[in-house]
Design a protein around this ligand. Sequence first.
Ligand code: ADP
Length: 445
Amino acid sequence: MVIAGSRHPARTQFMTMTSASALLGCIADDFTGATDLANMLVRGGMRTVQTIGVPRGPLDAPVQAIVVALKSRTAPRELAVAESLAALEWLRARGCRQFYFKYCSTFDSTDDGNIGPVAEALMAALGTDFAIACPAFPEAGRTVYRGNLFVGDLLLNESGMQNHPLTPMTDANLVRVLQKQTRTRVGLLRYDTVQKGPEAIAKARSALIGQKVGLAIADAISDDDLYALGTACADDLLLTGGSGLAIGLPRNFARAGLLPEAAHAEALPVIDGMSVVLSGSCSRATNAQVAHWRDAGRPAFRIDPLALASGQAVVDEALAFASQHLAHEPVLIYATSSPDEVVAIQNKLGTAASGALVEDALASLALRLRDEGVRRFVVAGGETSGAVVQALDVGALQIGPQIDPGVPWTASLGSEPLALALKSGNFGATDFFSKALAVLEEARS
Ligand code: ADP
């Protein structure tokens, strides 16, 4: 890291900073990707907060890493660049000394951007002329070899990602893909070098800089490769990648003696109060999770989008149902339906309209349930989570213990914190809902 090599001056500088000064500032191009990265950093021992957009004011929490979650992945290029630069400025004002641009491990982007333009703009703003680009996430089957991205055994352009509605990935060669997006020269940090370890990587890195390469796609097929890259890039001002590349960064800060609270990175404030599960995701995993809860005989209320559309007081009914049970046990309120049911509803109401109707209902329910004393929310669905968090006026989340891979418990910052587990569609095991509630109880004791 920028300070790792220069122990004394940097350490003194850190010691004299306020407790609210952070070390690592991250800019993520979408919400659930931001959580994934934050979860990775917490597991590495860094106390981490995720903000929703660029906050207006300072952050009142002693943390070591901050992840600003943007919605810039598919935004117009100029907007993505402007928002990323605003996030960078805000993170610099928080004292961050190393920066991380997080994008998807399938390199979701178009010929126009936004990975290249954002990386280029961040490099210019930071005054640095080199950054690596590595979406590899071996734990999730994403590996990069000789510049080609694999999803499991398949090349990216044969993995299904070639059919993505917004960011179709039709070329697995990331050097080519990234070069189309940027004026900066793109090179390759080959596997032959990466597997030799940090020293070899540092040497190859210098050679690439000598060849005027500004962005280097880095090969990586295992966590060991990512640790080696992390060590080699300890002094880089900017790194770019998926959440996998971040695996090596907490170690750099720990080595420099900058993580005094490492053992408590996942500690959250104790949050007492009633618990609910709100589910607006219709993904396969969520359907199984809803079925699992219902099969166990636990209380559940189904929201029918057609009843909502007809003006029926569905939210009031759901609230009345919840009130009967909440004092004794958690309740699930769900709109989750099978693919066939969803298509039938979308055909009747329209896709966007039915989505918005359900999101609005779950968001207003969340608000009313909070007023009734609910303090712990498990929410299923990426868009649904966004709507709930917005309704509850949550601006930032402290990241806590992991429930299932990629999904941690979080606590909203502020004087009356809420516990929030925000799960995007296909995440989580079948027993995710009860497991989440059990993890929170365990963390409490
Ligand atoms: P995921 O993470 O699984 O994609 P999201 O919350 O992002 O979940 O998206 C699911 C979308 O489907 C939301 O807009 C939600 O309001 C909508 N939805 C939920 N239930 C239904 C339903 N029964 N019929 C139609 N749309 C629904």
